[in-house]
Design a protein around this ligand. Structure first.
Ligand SMILES: [Zn+2]
Length: 284
């Protein structure tokens, strides 16, 4: 796939022209839609993306290991997965769960113990070959468009996935197709409007940061969202927004962090979309 230069320069959500606001320390261009409140960069080709995530080393580190020996994952990783699953229990219904871009597979693995029927997807051949034996659930290899799913799901999780995609709107649309009526999509992404990101953005803008815009992680993130852009994305995809908040990672859950969350300034955006039942959609 050749990157669509035209689309790169046009807002995904409102089709207005994007404004170039600078470049990061590696020279990647940064574009912004001022109405929709997100930034993006030139989208990598599908081949580049596949190569990046197919490298087993990509899944090493971050408190995990390549043996997918879950007991040896760092406690913070387990803590985060528990936080996700508590959130799913509070904000979604149903038992069939598809974890897109499952990586280490820890979330479906623990979800299985909590009584969910789970499946995963991943772009990495290494993950799809090795995680099923360790995690106890199937992992489909490839993109959501390529995989031939035999069923639909009650819950689809996109945890730190949407910011890596070439087209988040197309991806959310595909999730909608894969959902049962009344099912939920749960999205967690970095928050472009977090206090941390705002400060680092300003420092980058005024060239006071040694590696400008490094915090946007544009080496592998194509998009940086806020609650506002995620809301627009859901509306555009024809999904109902049933919950949104900003929240710190589970291992940073002190009083100060809760305060950031209260003002929408925490590190990550969490949003829950719901696919309306067919009956309601007819009325809408
Ligand atoms: Zn826009």
């Amino acid at each position: 796939m050749i990157p669509d230069k035209k689309r790169d320069l046009q807002c995904l959500l409102c089709q207005r022209p994007l404004r170039r606001i600078g470049e990061d320390f590696t020279g990647k261009h940064i574009y912004k839609c001022h109405d929709c409140q997100y930034v993006c960069t030139t989208i990598s080709t599908a081949a580049e993306t596949a190569a990046l995530y197919d490298d087993p080393e990509y899944f090493d580190g971050w408190g995990c290991n390549l043996d997918f020996d879950y007991d040896r994952f760092e406690p913070s990783v387990h803590q985060q997965v528990d936080d996700y699953l508590d959130f799913l229990a509070a904000h979604t219904q149903g038992k069939s769960l598809l974890d897109v871009g499952t990586g280490s597979g820890l979330l479906p693995h623990i979800a299985l113990q909590r009584g969910y029927e789970v499946e995963g997807t991943d772009l990495s051949a290494y993950v799809s070959q090795n995680v099923p034996a360790k995690g106890g659930f199937p992992v489909h290899h490839g993109t959501l468009d390529d995989i031939r799913f035999a069923r639909k799901y009650d819950i689809i999780t996109l945890l730190h996935v949407l910011e890596h995609t070439g087209n988040p709107l197309a991806m959310i649309g595909r999730c909608k197709e894969l959902l049962n009526s009344g099912g939920h999509v749960v999205v967690v992404v970095p928050n472009y409007q977090s206090l941390d990101s705002r400060i680092k953005d300003l420092l980058s803008k005024f060239k006071l940061k040694q590696r400008p815009y490094k915090h946007l992680a544009l080496g592998h993130h194509n998009w940086v969202f806020s609650i506002k852009s995620l809301e627009l994305l859901g509306e555009k995809a024809g999904l109902q927004i049933v919950h949104r908040e900003t929240r710190q990672p589970a291992w940073r859950a002190g009083a100060w962090h809760r305060l950031l969350g209260r003002f929408g300034l925490a590190t990550w955006c969490w949003i829950v979309y719901r696919k309306m039942s067919d009956k309601l959609q007819l009325v809408a």
